[in-house]
Design a binder for this molecule. Structure first.
Ligand code: FMN
Length: 216
């Protein structure tokens, strides 16, 4: 039986048709507007789960970690996601006030890397957004706490089922919150044949955003 092994040399995906080419000259001044355009396109072609992205954080002593989260929205000046305030990432975002997001879409050979500051939503917004979630999601967030040892999965499943079935409103656990990553640097990447990929880098300075093409 043959055994599949990953390639041991670099390969690069080439730009698939359909996406607007990355062009520093015509790119908007605000990178969030370009990301909105890219998200709009990737959703329009029904790509496979394009909104699951990698969120990286670091501890106060500089130890990095990363995980997948769902990108809920790209606003004009921020990326919105939700998580547990007491999770590793929650603790690290509180400690440093910073995070990074990376995404890669194979359907369009596009990638974006973003770093920036973290802003936690107000209690009122957190309550409003939690109330908009489905009961199973609300219940899951109530009976489960990221990172704690799972002592009794059957008991947790029962607690979840009981909560979903109950007639009571499920209150938001204080640890469940919404977060905004407010970018201060964004790099858009587009795959091209022959590995001559294209990149446009945005940096936020005192006078606002500047951007330009960079070698890849
Ligand atoms: C497809 C996918 C989507 C996920 N979405 C989220 C999310 O939106 N928010 C979240 O807190 N965790 C999400 N998770 C779970 C995280 O990857 C992670 O396991 C969890 O948040 C604990 O991370 P931490 O201990 O590093 O803080 C998702 C995982 C996957 C695989």
């Amino acid at each position: 039986m043959s055994r599949l092994t990953p390639a041991t040399t670099n390969s690069f995906p080439a730009l698939a048709s359909g996406a607007a080419p990355l062009d520093a000259a015509s790119a908007p001044g605000n990178p969030c507007l370009l990301l909105q355009d890219w998200v709009h396109h990737i959703l329009s072609i029904e790509a496979v789960e394009p909104m699951y992205v990698t969120l990286a954080t670091a501890s106060a002593s500089g130890i990095p970690s990363s995980r997948t989260v769902q990108l809920l929205a790209v606003e004009d000046d921020a990326l919105l996601f939700t998580t547990n305030f007491g999770s590793r990432k929650g603790v690290e975002m509180l400690e440093t006030g910073r995070a990074a997001v990376s995404l890669y879409w194979r359907e369009t050979a596009q990638s974006v890397n973003i770093t920036g500051k973290i802003v936690i939503a107000t209690d009122a917004e957190n309550d409003r957004r939690f109330a908009e979630d489905s009961r199973p999601v609300q219940a899951a967030r109530t009976v489960s706490f990221h990172g704690l040892p799972l002592e009794d999965e059957a008991a947790q499943l029962k607690a979840h089922g009981d909560l979903v079935a109950s007639a009571d409103i499920i209150p938001r656990p204080d640890y469940w919150r919404w977060y905004r990553l407010v970018p201060d640097a964004v790099t858009f990447w587009e795959g091209h044949p022959e590995a001559l990929n294209r990149r446009v880098h945005y940096a936020r300075g005192a006078a606002g955003w500047s951007h330009g093409a960079v070698q890849s």
